[in-house]
Design a binder for this molecule. Structure first.
Ligand code: NAD
Length: 215
């Protein structure tokens, strides 16, 4: 199953299924039909069936999906059954907000270290973790098996620090700095840009205003 190529569009939709199924579980829903799931998620039932068939289905004709089973299977696919250690580099506004977001821990992302260069921030405790100087990064990464480094430093500092931690053996970079990073192929890079999302909102407002004018 793991050898099969799964399109990135499907992978993109999986966290959303996972979130909805998690909510259903919290509400003690035992099973759900693809029709019901589709109505809740505003995705067509055939899209849901197609997506989940990539992983062998999990549904049963006339029964629908067992919520807990599907939730666990998607967790496996997303690699969420194992914990992931995360460090954050740049503990300013965004770095602190991420460090304080408790839902990540619920999903198995463990905040292992915080790093900055500002003496006013070093030594501060955020969500139980003391901020260290970036001079300590090499030793810290050597001693702790770090999966993910969140990069929340100013844009111009990001390429150097991202390359440094990649060379130190971090498996993935979760990049928030608005810049493209050139890193070895062995390192996974996920860029997160809230401004891009906001611009899509702007586009939709614009398009709606235009169509109202044309009516
Ligand atoms: P900030 O100034 O509050 O925080 C930046 C922190 O990085 C500071 O604490 C600073 O001391 C530290 N820093 C500077 N150089 C460093 C280095 N070489 N090593 C380690 N730490 C270093 O800024 P912010 O508002 O938190 O934004 C941080 C970054 O995130 C910026 O690049 C910003 O553009 C970006 N950002 C991205 C999004 C997004 O949606 N992707 C949203 C907001 C901000």
């Amino acid at each position: 199953m793991s050898e099969k190529h799964i399109s990135s569009a499907v992978i993109k939709r999986l966290p959303r299924y996972y979130r909805y199924l998690g909510d259903l579980l919290e509400n003690e829903v035992v099973r759900i039909s693809s029709k019901e799931l589709s109505e809740r998620m505003n995705v067509t039932a055939s899209q849901i069936r197609q997506d989940l068939n990539n992983f062998g289905g999990f549904g049963q004709q006339g029964y629908g999906y067992n919520v807990e089973h599907l939730y666990k299977e998607i967790a496996k696919i997303l690699g969420l059954e194992n914990e992931h250690s995360v460090i954050i580099i740049g503990v300013g506004n965004l770095g602190q907000a991420i460090a304080n977001y408790h839902d990540f821990k619920k999903r198995g992302f463990v905040l292992s270290g915080l790093f900055d260069v500002n003496p006013d921030i070093i030594g501060k405790v955020v969500n139980g973790v003391t901020v260290k100087h970036t001079d300590e990064l090499a030793e810290f990464i050597k001693e702790n098996d770090i999966d993910i480094a969140a990069i929340t430093v100013p844009k111009e500092k990001a390429p150097k620090i991202a390359l440094e931690v990649s060379n130190l053996g971090v498996k993935a970079i979760w990049n928030f700095a608005p810049t493209d990073l050139k890193l070895p192929d062995s390192v996974i890079v996920e860029n997160v840009h809230l401004a891009d999302s906001l611009m899509r909102v702007s586009y939709s407002i614009n398009a709606r205003n235009k169509s109202k004018k044309d009516d």
